[in-house]
Design a protein. Structure first.
Length: 361
DNA sequence: AACTCGTGGAG
DNA sequence: TCTCCAAGAGT
């Protein structure tokens, strides 16, 4: 390589060339990545698992779950043989629980119909449960060295800035995809995708982007006009409605609590939960009956929670039952001493906390 | 094609 | 406190 190109960018340097050169030095070390400089290909199972967990979820939130899953289920066959309840409980707290249901469904399809080997083409990957356009492209590129166009929210932001795209999202998606295709290299498409995501996570951030430190500043229309933070332009979003519901805390005299398994296809579907009104259906927030008749008493302070598209205020009502009590519903008595192992999603973990605090008062 | 799906961190 | 939003998919 000529000496002058080490410090000055040559005219023929493409965005991909510059970004990959930067990535070779500055790539983040992450549990699902091979050590820097490794020439091997990453394990498809691990790539797939990480990509599913990372959907709409931050790296720091994913890491402990990724470590837990890979230690307990080291390959796709092991995961395919796990029980639904074990996988759902292991996923508890990470959110978007349809991902966990699809994860298990996908593992079983790969184990049964593909002999435990992940398909290596983008089109075949796209047919798997929980694998959409982004994830299929990412796995094909990262695990199998395919040249695919990987577009996630990071790439959308970076590309919107590189080309100063004025059309608001989501209408700009076709244009963004075309531009992403244009700058994707024929070689190392997987590294390029991960480099774009590293850039979006650390430098080309939503707020306060670090354009002065960006390796692509010389290629970026937005940076050169000091307008990075103006992109991507987004359509205005709707405001969140507020819903109210009741949750019933039924505790037996010997220290057991009545826990239900929520139906699939509802919110928090397949997860453990507490009986309550149908707060997840708009307009039906008051519908439902307690698992037993009795003198239910409400806690002084309700539980507040925020979902993607609505806020929820839950009133907690308590009842003490005798040991012979026989509640109605799809549930089981769970020892309060081991409530932390019940696999409750955060909403219900908040209810447990509220009940415990109420006792201390 | 909009809507529906969780959660926690950043600012 | 409040808003925004993150390696999106399914319907």
């Amino acid at each position: 390589m000529p000496v002058e190109t080490k410090t000055a960018m040559s005219r023929t340097d493409t965005i991909a060339t510059v970004l990959l050169r930067h990535y070779d030095v500055h790539a983040r070390t992450l549990p699902w990545r091979l050590p820097p400089g490794s020439s091997e290909r990453p394990n498809p199972y691990r790539v797939w698992l990480s990509e599913i967990m990372l959907q709409q979820t931050t790296v720091t939130a994913v890491i402990p779950y990724y470590e837990k899953f890979t230690a307990r289920w080291p390959n796709v066959k092991a995961l395919a043989e796990a029980s639904d309840a074990d996988v759902m409980a292991a996923w508890a707290g990470l959110g978007y629980y349809a991902r966990a249901r699809n994860l298990l469904a996908c593992a079983r399809v790969v184990a049964r119909e593909h002999g435990g080997v992940f398909p290596d083409s983008e089109a075949a990957l796209l047919t798997l449960p929980g694998v959409g356009a982004y994830t299929a492209a990412a796995i094909a590129a990262i695990a199998f060295g395919r040249r695919t166009v990987v577009v996630d929210a990071n790439v959308e932001r970076v590309v919107s800035r590189l080309f100063a795209i004025e059309t608001p999202l989501p209408a700009s998606r076709p244009d963004i995809r075309q531009k992403a295709d244009l700058i994707t290299p024929d070689q190392r498409a997987g590294d390029f995708a991960q480099a774009m995501m590293d850039l979006g996570a650390g430098t080309c951030t939503v707020r306060n982007p670090q354009c002065l430190l960006c390796p692509l500043r010389g290629h970026c229309e937005a940076a050169q006009t000091n307008r990075a933070e103006d992109f991507p332009v987004k359509a205005p979003k709707k405001d969140k409605p507020h819903r109210h519901g009741i949750v019933w805390w039924l505790e037996r005299s010997d220290g057991h609590v009545w826990i239900e398994r929520r139906d699939d296809k509802r919110m928090l579907g397949g997860m453990a939960g507490l009986p309550g009104t149908q707060w997840d259906k708009r307009g039906n927030e008051a519908e439902g009956a307690p698992p037993m008749t009795g003198d239910w008493v409400a806690l002084n302070s309700p539980v507040e929670h925020v979902f993607t598209h609505f806020r929820l205020t839950l009133t907690v009502e308590r009842l003490r039952a005798v040991k012979e009590a026989d509640p109605e519903g799809n549930g089981q008595w769970w020892p309060l001493a081991r409530i932390g192992k019940a696999g409750l999603p955060t909403l219900y973990a908040k209810v447990v906390k509220a009940v415990m605090q109420d006792r201390d008062d």
